[in-house]
Design a binder for this molecule. Structure first.
Ligand SMILES: NC(=O)c1ccc[n+]([C@@H]2O[C@H](COP(=O)([O-])OP(=O)(O)OC[C@H]3O[C@@H](n4cnc5c(N)ncnc54)[C@H](OP(=O)(O)O)[C@@H]3O)[C@@H](O)[C@H]2O)c1
Length: 317
């Protein structure tokens, strides 16, 4: 997979930058821009006076406010970073309607491989830039965000992506432009898909050291690989084994954002991370027996109906 590093590119930096969804990932990107002296307009669901990112041994404050009323958007932005979770996209679409003009580039900071397809009905063609987000960031109880590790994104090598890359080129958020973005995105998707098994056990990465879970994970990764290849990803035969080995090498107590969402009773990104393999597998005529079990269970776990936190009125059987 070849990659191009964007520093020193010739395209001009966007003048107005907006962020929709100032959560863990959005706060990280906003803080990187802020520290490089680039102002960002913040649009979200929860009103805040400012954002705070803990990075290494210091804190970065991004001045707010976080605007929550779409009628307060005056003009479209040149560049929009969209960092809501995938189930939140529909509710966030009024922000896109207000902030996107004919020349606006929207860089989507989300997991999955369907960002362009999801935004196609809402945006002009060629203006959506999907991103693979490589860094873990966690929202703390006080609303601040803890960045773990180095911030890094992969974007496709496209004219629209150069606007996002240019904006970030003077920041500590590293951007790589890939000439084979589909393969990079699908590799990350395989990682996300198998992490979904943690939701079904309520266990963290240590579970992948069990022989039975390792076997299941490997079979699931091979199922995902077949779909990825049918979608054009160039991934080698040993990618499933590499990914499994990686999970087995993680600290036993390392979680994943979809498990954190499950533990907090929030909607899960099951469709973008797992459902996509089943849907696209069916479209290509590829059997997906593991997805056929995993996906309905994740969907049900995401659904409030029958929640264990509600009153247990009747115990059947
Ligand atoms: N966190 C990570 O380590 C990580 C790593 C790689 C990829 N990703 C992916 O990056 C994406 C973003 O994840 P995240 O962890 O940053 O999620 P997050 O912390 O939950 O952030 C989402 C943000 O969007 C806001 N939001 C929700 N609905 C909205 C609406 N209708 N309009 C405007 N803003 C709205 C939320 O507001 P509230 O404050 O009101 O909830 C929150 O600030 C996901 O696809 C995730 O899978 C995350």
């Amino acid at each position: 997979m070849s990659a191009v590093h964007p520093r020193g590119g010739t395209s001009s930096a966007p003048e107005t930058i907006a962020l929709i969804g100032p959560g863990a990932i959005g706060t990280t990107v906003a803080a990187a821009l802020q520290e490089a002296g680039t102002p960002v307009q913040l649009y979200g669901r929860t009103a805040r006076d400012q954002l705070v990112l803990h990075r290494g041994d210091h804190d970065i404050v991004v001045p707010g406010p976080v605007i929550t009323d779409v009628s307060q958007v005056a003009d479209p932005a040149d560049l929009v970073f969209l960092a809501v979770k995938t189930p939140q996209l529909e509710a966030a679409s009024p922000w896109l309607a207000a902030l996107v003009g004919p020349e606006t580039v929207v860089c989507v900071l989300q997991n999955g491989v369907e960002q362009e397809a999801a935004l196609a009905p809402l945006l002009p063609e060629g203006r959506v830039v999907p991103a693979v987000v490589w860094f873990p960031a966690e929202t703390q109880p006080d609303g601040s965000v803890l960045l773990r590790g180095d911030a890094r994104l992969t974007l496709p090598h496209s004219p629209a992506a150069s606007a996002a890359a240019q904006a970030l080129s003077t920041t500590w958020c590293e951007v790589e432009l890939s000439t084979d973005f589909a393969s990079v995105a699908w590799r990350k998707l395989l990682q996300n898909a198998v992490a979904g098994l943690m939701v079904l056990t309520g266990r963290r990465a240590g579970m992948f050291r069990r022989d039975d879970i390792a076997g299941l994970a490997l079979d699931y990764l091979h199922e995902c690989l077949a779909v990825a290849r049918a979608e054009g990803a160039a991934l080698d035969d040993d990618v499933p084994a590499q990914l499994l080995a990686r999970f087995q090498s993680f600290p036993a107590d390392l979680g994943t954002s979809i498990l954190a969402d499950r533990e907090a009773g929030r909607p899960l990104e099951w469709d973008a991370r797992n459902g996509v393999v089943q849907r696209l597998g069916r479209a290509h005529g590829i059997p997906t027996p593991i997805s056929d079990v995993v996906v309905p269970l994740l969907a049900a776990a995401s659904d409030g109906t029958g929640s264990v936190s509600g009153p247990a009125a009747v115990t059947p059987g």
